[in-house]
Ligand binder design. Structure first.
Ligand code: FES
Ligand code: FES
Length: 154
């Protein structure tokens, strides 16, 4: 199946099996920042944006993405300045496996208008809802929530 997919602002034309997972395809392109944790849509480590919505790349087939704009953790510094820096500033990672997924979930929250223009309205409960699909086994989430809060308030 011939597809046109934009990845991190680069248009790509590809002829592939439509059932190829977005995760496998991205990693075959060398975009290995998107991690495979569970492979069954549970952990969120593979979260990327597809047309501004967070998706689990392990469950997303390429055939569903014709014409889509995908953003991965490799592109997020350009599309969402300050987001990665917020995670670094807040030391919001330990092993780091979950971090790309959390970063992309935060990018999705910003796109949905969470916190935009009203820093006082940014509450941790709201942030936690956006991170609910992303598991972390190391940090206890406090630093991750702090990083997202910091980013949304910038
Ligand atoms: S690897 Fe995709 S949700 Fe866990
Ligand atoms: S930092 Fe290790 S799983 Fe989150």
């Amino acid at each position: 199946m011939k597809l046109k997919i934009e990845v991190n602002k680069t248009a790509i034309e590809v002829d592939v099996d439509a059932t190829t997972s977005l995760l496998d395809w991205l990693r075959s392109l060398g975009l290995t920042g998107t991690k495979e944790g569970c492979g069954i849509g549970v952990c969120g480590a593979c979260t990327v944006l597809a047309d501004d919505l967070p998706v689990s790349a392990c469950l997303t087939m390429l055939g569903a993405l014709d014409g889509c704009k995908v953003v991965t953790v490799e592109g997020v510094s350009e599309t969402d300045p300050g987001l990665v820096e917020a995670f670094v500033d807040c030391e919001a990672m330990q092993c780091g496996i979950c971090t790309p997924g959390h970063v992309m979930a935060a990018a999705a929250a910003r796109r949905a208008g969470i916190g935009s223009g009203d820093a006082s309205g940014v509450v941790d409960e709201e942030i936690r809802k956006w991170l609910a699909g992303n598991l972390c086994r190391c940090t206890g989430y406090e630093t991750i929530v702090a990083a997202v809060r910091s980013y949304l308030e910038r």
